[in-house]
Design a protein. Structure first.
Lengths: 329, 329, 329, 329, 329, 329
């Protein structure tokens, strides 16, 4: 990290980092990178479940960042994020950025049938009405969700975290092919294929009206005798992945590497996934993975940290420097 | 109920009632009063905790009411309410009313210290940004919360539900006095005193920085040898009430009737309260009370239903008739 | 068309149809279906290019629909749409619906690189700030664009127009396969495959930084000796389609049927497309196709009309009846 | 006052103080404290009563404060405040703070009967729509009014001005008791009781439908042979106070000290109040008290100045330093 | 008045007329025309000048009109208008129209020098933020002020009231010429000249920095030996008119008829104007003229009533019928 | 230009100039004056006419200016301006100023007949919804258009550009008189008359319903044997000017100097104007005049540049210094 340029430091006041209760480790890592201390705040829950927030020090005119992944318990964490944002606004913060490595409700992003919500838009509206001036997140389920906000944001890609690791293991892969478990992820899969100078195949599945039972049906493309990089944006209970791995094996795929950005891993997902004939599970810490969950996977689980990237983006946002330039864009 | 006037029926389309998952019985009672069937809707929770709503039938141009108390689990219920509102909006409902008998976060209604939120305002903003055109509720913690909304609302008073019961038992009371357990409720206590043509006294307590330990200190006013109507807007874990009853007894009060609108009754509240030397607990069903909780109180618990009043207010809202006139106001 | 129910007719005033200059035929067909006359309006262009609109009759309190596809000249047509909306608003229309069969800028729907716009969101904002209360359109480039609007809308699918025709020709197809020319359309391609009870394949191409030169590279899936239903949402200059057909033929596909919703057909597109070895071009009239363009294709061009569907949706919007029910949804 | 830190000085541009015509002395005192000169502006009233404002110098990018109490003539002063705010906005001020020591319409803060306004919310909306970014005020009638604003504000308490004076006279008080003239002020009264380590009592009065005739009825609590600190937030015509003093004397109170933040003192209030058997009237200058009014009270009137506190808060707002820290909060 | 069409009557609920305190007679005349009774409301002013409004009956879903000219006392009347609008909104009125025959601050409609307000925009914003859905007014100082509102409005022209009277007296005029006292009114003067099939001339004056001293300098155009129709939109203290008449007489004009829409007539305006050698003063009742003011003019004052026109426009707004059609437009 | 004060330089980040495609030369001149380089950006137009913008470098926190005149092709240029603004907003620009020397649709600024738009308000709304924080422009058709914006702006007057040239030629003018070709410009004409210490006359014309045929009828005021300064805000096809010159010559005017701010000069305007007996055409470069257009006029065309003034205003806006002070205002 280069020494801060004092002139630019004044654009937006000082960086003030606030950790939500959902992302304590990540928040600490970010603070460490920036050489800062997390700002003191109390977060209490009353017996009636209502949350209460109190900041230890004034943030008048300062450049504030609330770090909170909206993972389980999803709605408490979301509300805590919103309350912290409003508290900062009412204390006359200079600028407030919601740093939400995993943004909930991303899969409710369109009306693919009548009379259903677009909850991702509702979440965007809530973050804005609470008072956020900007947001930062990783890998929205659909890039278009960025258009649900009328405030600017930095939508980072876990791909930038994962790619050096993938390049490292690439020489050991046997005629690899990138496979997506969902057609909706097909275009994003191409980015991995380009990185590894290899081809693409798809698991074609049907998402039925029964929400827990997506039946994968076939593989489109060639996977026989090839190592497979099976990619998706998030893995939840692992249902799709179980079907995907099964079918890949039926089509004589060799080693399978499961790659995903957001380790939601809810319910019995960790156990089901760990039982699969998968060589490695490669993911990030946009969502914290508890030691209990990690135990299922043993050393087959590789978790790459987003903290340095996120810290650097926060620094650049504060100094008015390009984020795109970090990725040669 | 008078026969609907067909001419007015057209002001706002037909009444469409939607029950949130937090208020099933109340919703059914309202539907019964109105001679309607609750509209079909699915509310699902995915393994990642995200909620999903789907309406069975179109609500284009209709006058929709979502009935949902924001009780435990508070944040799921609040989010479900918001999602239902947005779903109705996206399906082109004619008008959407959030019917929230108990509105959460009412006690976070002002900044009585620096660097804290006004979460009740945030909740009002969320309800509005989701798409509600109006709201209905009972007994806001402070009447001023109505000013947090920029949409109109009907804020009903449980007093109108309780008063006939109180008048019924009044002849049996011995020189009664109305006591409030919180100075902030002092002015509302006066309404009960006027109803019963009697006086007022107050429990004066100090709410310390330790949020669970409000120490009541004394009684201001005369309670000796008098039956006490101990009133408050909501009762939660009962901490304040335990102290209030203790002190009232120290000051030689006779029978104590505990009267409150919102039976939050969280944690071990039902047990603690039921153990008190209280003759009757008189409340309403703005929040459902489970059979398990009811069991603690036995027949000392009197729950008066808000459903007919709420149904009549919905009818009047739809027909464009006065609600105030119901109370001779 | 069933006889209008007079009671519901009053929900939103009378239907008033306004034709923008971009969609005259479609507007007439809609008016015919509804048994109405298009409302008189002048649209003038001054020598300084500024547009001017004047309505012949008052629309106070009426339910107004402005029918205007945002095709070439795109920006004049968009501005004309906005001005008509504002004019209706200033004349106190009861409700204003922007009926835009083809909504421009759909492909600018996300930031897939830094420092670029999300113009589809800007267009949504413009339609709303002009005063529209609702919108209707066909096949947004991404379903998520619906989340760019905070007003409700009816996003119809050309698939419902095309499917009966496809079922009609299906018996004559030889072992058909549905192929998408763009991975982003993969999931929508599945709907066609389900209709025809057949499989899916994909053209995998790379969109390079040179915007006019997308190089298709290979076919993923099996097309050999099969009739191909080549589907996409819109066809513009036909560049992608030329590459797609070429590769399909290299992979020994049999007859090719090109199916697309929006016939943009700009520049020399009609000529280039007509020269391809394609058996039929099946599309709709969301965008008018001039006789000159039609001439290139001869009777290989099948244009299915959206007018009856759109008219029925307008009627149902006005009457407060379900649109989803038209599709058994 | 410590020397300004130049680095922080740049957060919000330079402090620019504008005096409204209602608060000339206070404005001068604030300017003196800050070592600044009030910015030149013309405020004219045309023969048709319309006001006109003209700033003498540009305020582009500067941190502007308009000091204006909304006292009599209330509506001219309110409009002047709004016009000054808009003028600053149109001149591209960097930030605009409405400094309104006394905010009018505070008592219209809730709908305690049907079909009445919440004018305090309207006033908040007006200040915001005019263009204010922040506000500062003293002792809102209800703390919840802060939630009527969606902009942040500093709501200061006159208690911090009065407390050192009260502590100074405390040793001379005989077994003092704090009495509130209005039950709505009961909780605020407790703060005074805590300061003086003494008890509380209340005047219980009924506000009847006749707005000028609140009939005080009794004293709740013990005042006999005690010196009374009679506290309220504002005193207007003094009607309530006349009744309160009368009843206190009937209950054999000793010396009475009348303490209030906002000296509205309208109509014949000064005369009526001055005739009461009150030892001291202790208030602040949130509202200027004319020499004519002061004459009624003689040296029994103690007016403590808010100017230094307000000036310090302005300085801290500009420098991004904590205001809460001034009160050890 | 034709019998109301019951079908259209339902578009917006029933007409509910509310009279502000500034326009009692006009309100009664409108109610008479419509065969309605003014809705009961209390308007009180507390000793602290704060206004209070209470509606006697519910207006839920009804089509409400608040009739209030913003004349002296301007700011009380403006605030009363705003409070009535908010009260109606909070009582869930179906639609609220501000009927403001004379809208204050029209002359503060642009920044013709730096650092001044555009108060007419502020007033428009205030009316909207209070909750008005529409507005009605007469002769804005500049037509562009209509663009300051984002809600629709009916801006009526007093010309339509005056023209039949002018045509009646026209045969008796000697070679008449229309003269405007202000160049800004030049284009509007032309409408009068066209009506009377005659020419135009202008008083050319300089508005100096001294706001009360506009020095008229000369007449541009021919007035010698001609009867003069001297037109303006409003007359206040009459300063411009005194100069205009003086110069017209110097240029040997014959009889002078002074024609203006808004009789502001503040301060000593009535006396100064009545002393002028003017044959008739022809105006309307957009602003009430007190008997005292009328006495100065005797029978030289002709006041034409806007009430029937305004009532008919209200009726048409409620029924969804054209207003423009009333003027063959 | 004085050396920038580094302290003030930090108020709004660094100046970043972006040239729209409509104003390349002007943009370069502004950049030269400020010693800056225009920021790199791509503006592409796809075959479907949709525009695309990409910024070469990050603008986070910087003070951005988009320079774009909304001239022909008007709607492409307007849309390009809006897209550039949104792109800057999404890239987290610190402040965005739309620099639009000529703002289109200025003549659609009021409803002078029923059922027409106020398109200038729509354009203002569009600029704001795209994300502009401020705007700069020259000579709005009506000063009131500034009130259509709720963001602040600098509306500069071409008069300040033209006046020194006019004073230079003044000694050679023979008894000059200022004539306006449109009564709506009468008050602005006075400013020129004051500059030259001379009188005013007016061309009185009727704008008929046929939009291209304004029939000038007469001259009001004295032009015989006088040199004429014929002034207007913009000249388009020159229709009004042809009539004006014709009538002036009929009334025996001597030399005619045509003075106008905005050289729209559309269609055959240049040719028609150049054929008139006019001594000089004096205008500015708010709109670029192509060499082809210039050729018609030869050296009778005098184009005075706004670039230095605009550059200085941008500098002052960035530094927080007065613009009004440049004109001794």
């Amino acid at each position: 990290m280069t020494k801060p340029n004092m002139q630019h430091d004044l654009l937006y006041g000082k960086i003030k980092l606030f950790a939500g209760t959902a992302s304590p480790e990540l928040s600490n890592e970010i603070a460490d990178y920036l050489g800062l201390t997390l700002c003191g705040r109390d977060v209490l829950q009353y017996p009636n479940e209502n949350l209460f927030v109190r900041l230890h020090n004034s943030v008048r005119g300062q450049d504030c960042y609330v770090i909170q992944s909206t993972t389980a318990p999803v709605h408490e964490n979301l509300m805590e994020l919103l309350i912290m944002i409003q508290t900062l606004k009412l204390d006359s913060a200079g600028r407030i950025t919601a740093v939400v490595p995993y943004l909930c409700y991303g899969r409710s992003d369109k009306k693919d049938q009548p009379r259903v919500p677009i909850t991702a838009r509702l979440v965007a509206d809530m973050i804005q009405v609470a008072g956020a001036d900007r947001y930062m997140t990783f890998d929205l389920h659909a890039g278009q969700i960025q258009g649900f906000f009328s405030i600017p944001g930095d939508v980072l890609r876990g791909f930038h975290i994962l790619k050096s690791y993938l390049l490292e293991i690439a020489p050991n892969l046997h005629n690899p092919v990138v496979v997506t478990a969902d057609l909706g992820f097909a275009k994003k899969g191409r980015v991995y294929a380009q990185l590894l100078h290899t081809g693409l195949a798809f698991i074609e599945k049907m998402r039925t009206s029964d929400i827990n039972n997506p039946v994968s049906m076939t593989v489109i493309g060639d996977v026989k005798d090839r190592d497979v990089i099976l990619v998706d944006d998030e893995v939840n209970t692992g249902g799709s992945m179980v079907h995907a791995v099964e079918i890949l094996k039926q089509h004589h795929a060799r080693d399978i590497y499961m790659v995903f950005i957001h380790p939601v891993l809810s319910q019995d997902g960790p156990q089901r996934l760990a039982e699969l004939p998968v060589k490695q599970y490669i993911t990030t810490n946009t969502i914290p993975i508890s030691p209990e969950k990690r135990a299922f996977f043993g050393d087959r689980l590789v978790v790459l940290s987003i903290s340095n990237l996120l810290a650097e983006v926060i620094l650049r946002a504060n100094r008015g420097r390009s984020v795109g330039a970090m990725f040669n864009e």
